[in-house]
Design a protein around this ligand. Structure first.
Ligand code: NAX
Length: 349
């Protein structure tokens, strides 16, 4: 039998947090974490033959709620779950973990300046980076979900210099999956028959969902999405904005942000990274830019990647020509990330 892998989930308590500013109303927190931990315990993230030990971290006001989640995990009697650590101590949380999913962060509250939110997240990610660097397992894979996801991941990478830069990533798979979902609805085909969309750039409304290389499996072979949809105005307009604004649409409908879809996508991200992407298929991941596609090096930027033997590689090649429309979009989301990076650095002093 395989040795268990320790998986850290930060922000894992599901509780009615009290908003510190504004109306003072109770607010439901930690929904992604609560959706995510049972998926991990069922083998959705690391496979049905991989035992896991869950490490859950949250802040002291959430300690009791976190313990409640631990009780439920015990009660669910998951065969793959070999232990649960529920803690508010960052060192205990990070010790020995082979996978770290960083969902905890400081949400933007009404009336708060961007810089104030950034500053809170920079200090959280700086501290957690150091703890991971010192106490996580060698070769720990890190996925940052909490917003601003790309920039939180960049801070984590900068403050954990001994963790290889290839091991620090952020989640744009939810956006990728949303794009697959929109195409499948539009064409009335199975979502599993649609592949190779790309999310470029920031996990924000400047992201660029690109279908130029996407295909659909049909009874007469793989066909380009552009040919099947045959409506460039929709693909270059409403499709893009729908994917970019989907998070806001979910909040409007649920009065809560995306949780089950975010958790499921986080599992997809780690599973494909660890176990590999199918031949001929790529996925989108926020990774450390090496300058590919003219994206400035030194940003965490979402690219099309393939994964093999636990490593991702940015899809290269002449096949992925970037037209003028796409070029502008790749550049403007890179510009936003450069600004976020500068803002984050200004919070460090
Ligand atoms: P919540 O704000 O409800 O939950 C965050 C949790 O983190 C809370 O339980 C809180 O107590 C905890 N926390 C705060 N500071 C912490 C610290 N220093 N250490 C450990 N835990 C801490 O957010 P939720 O709706 O669960 O979303 C989590 C994060 O994911 C948010 O930042 C959100 O913006 C982001 N999202 C990112 C997505 C992506 O695709 N990358 C999509 C979904 C989501 O919007």
């Amino acid at each position: 039998a395989k040795e268990p892998v320790r998986v850290l989930v930060t922000g894992a308590a599901d509780f009615n947090g009290v908003v510190e500013s504004g109306s003072g109303e109770a607010r439901r927190s930690g929904q992604i974490g609560y959706a995510l931990v049972p998926m991990i315990a069922r083998g959705v993230m690391l496979g049905p033959d991989q035992p896991v030990i869950l490490h859950m971290l949250d802040i002291p006001p959430a300690a009791e709620a976190l313990n409640g989640v631990k009780m439920e995990l015990v009660d669910a009697a998951f065969p793959l779950l070999k232990g649960v650590v529920a803690t508010t101590d960052v060192v205990e949380a990070c010790t020995g973990v082979g996978v770290a999913v960083m969902v905890g962060g400081f949400p933007r509250k009404e009336g708060m300046e961007r810089k104030d939110v950034m500053s809170k997240n920079v200090s959280i990610y700086k501290a957690q980076a150091s703890a991971l660097e010192k106490h996580a397992a060698a070769n720990c894979k890190v996925l940052v979900v909490a917003n601003p996801a790309n920039t939180n991941a960049l801070i984590l990478k900068e403050f954990a210099p001994s963790i290889p830069e290839k091991n620090v990533t952020c989640l744009t798979r939810l956006d990728h999956n949303r794009a697959l979902g929109q195409i499948s609805e539009r064409l009335n085909v199975q979502v599993s028959d649609v592949k190779n969309v790309i999310i470029w750039g920031n996990h924000s409304s400047t992201q660029y969902p690109d279908v130029n290389h996407a295909t659909v499996k049909t009874s007469s072979g793989e066909k380009p999405v552009r040919e099947l949809v045959a409506d460039d105005a929709w693909l270059n307009g409403e499709f893009i904005t729908t994917v970019q604004q989907r998070g806001a649409a979910i909040i409007k409908a649920r009065k809560l942000s995306s949780a089950l879809s975010a958790a499921s996508s986080a599992c997809d991200h780690i599973r494909d990274w660890v176990l590999g992407t199918p031949v001929g298929t790529w996925v989108s991941m926020g990774v450390y830019s090496d300058g590919s596609y003219g994206v400035p090096a030194g940003l965490i930027y979402s690219f099309p990647v393939t994964c093999k033997n636990g490593e991702w590689t940015i899809v290269q090649g002449n096949g992925l020509g970037i037209d003028e429309f796409s070029r502008k979009k790749l550049d403007s989301t890179a510009e936003e990330l450069s600004e976020e990076k500068a803002l984050a650095y200004s919070c460090l002093t």
